[in-house]
Design a protein around this ligand. Structure first.
Ligand code: SF4
Length: 204
């Protein structure tokens, strides 16, 4: 008879009325998730619902997360784009992001912890030591993948940006003198508009 663990969790699935996992902030996605969805052939279904966060300040990071939408039942609250409010469930249950599969258990590189007390499944049911080991392994994998994503995304972004700059330079070099002048005028107008918008935002 396998021993029972102190931590217990049982997801209430569609009987859950808190939606805690679906409305939680920052539903992170990892590069590992992208790789799994590619291998499984789901990437093109899921990719439109994934946002790339680009740092706007020095202390900010690049990140990947599920896009959000307002709840029909409460427009003040936003939920994950993959949350089906009518069915009270996940539309990509067949391959959820690792952060959802390990929720509400998490790992910070040193210890395991429960992300939130809002999830009514915490403390419900019983989990064998073996099942808990699987959950902990998944939480550790989630942690490793988040660290890998945090360190790889800036480099991946820079590679894409460098490629785009090279390609636009090549495109400009193939343009006629007249077209290049037109393009430069357009770009400088765009820059001016951008600066005007920024200064306007600064005054607001
Ligand atoms: S991916 Fe699915 S389980 Fe995860 S937050 Fe979105 S709707 Fe919920």
């Amino acid at each position: 008879m396998s021993e029972k663990s102190k931590y217990s969790f049982q997801c209430l699935e569609q009987q859950c009325d808190t939606k805690a996992c679906h409305i939680r902030p920052n539903i992170r996605v990892t590069i590992g998730d992208l790789a799994r969805w590619t291998t499984q052939g789901y990437l093109m279904n899921i990719l439109p619902g994934i946002d790339l966060g680009v740092p706007q300040a020095e202390d900010e990071w690049f990140y990947l997360e599920a896009h959000r939408k307002p709840l029909k039942s409460d427009a003040e609250t936003t939920a994950c784009i993959f949350y089906n409010e009518e069915a009270n469930g996940c539309e990509i249950r067949y391959s959820r992001p690792i952060s959802c599969r390990t929720y509400p258990l998490a790992y910070d590189g040193e210890k395991f912890y429960v992300l939130t007390k809002d999830c009514p499944g915490v403390g419900k049911g019983e989990i064998s030591k073996e099942a808990l080991k699987d959950l902990r392994d998944l939480a550790e994998q989630d942690y490793r993948e988040r660290m890998e994503t945090d360190s790889a995304l800036p480099a991946i972004y820079s590679v894409f940006m460098a490629q785009m700059v090279r390609q636009s330079a090549q495109a400009m070099s193939r343009m006629s003198e007249e077209d290049r002048k037109k393009m430069e005028e357009l770009l400088s107008k765009e820059r001016q508009n951008g600066e005007t918008d920024e200064s306007q935002q600064g005054q607001d």
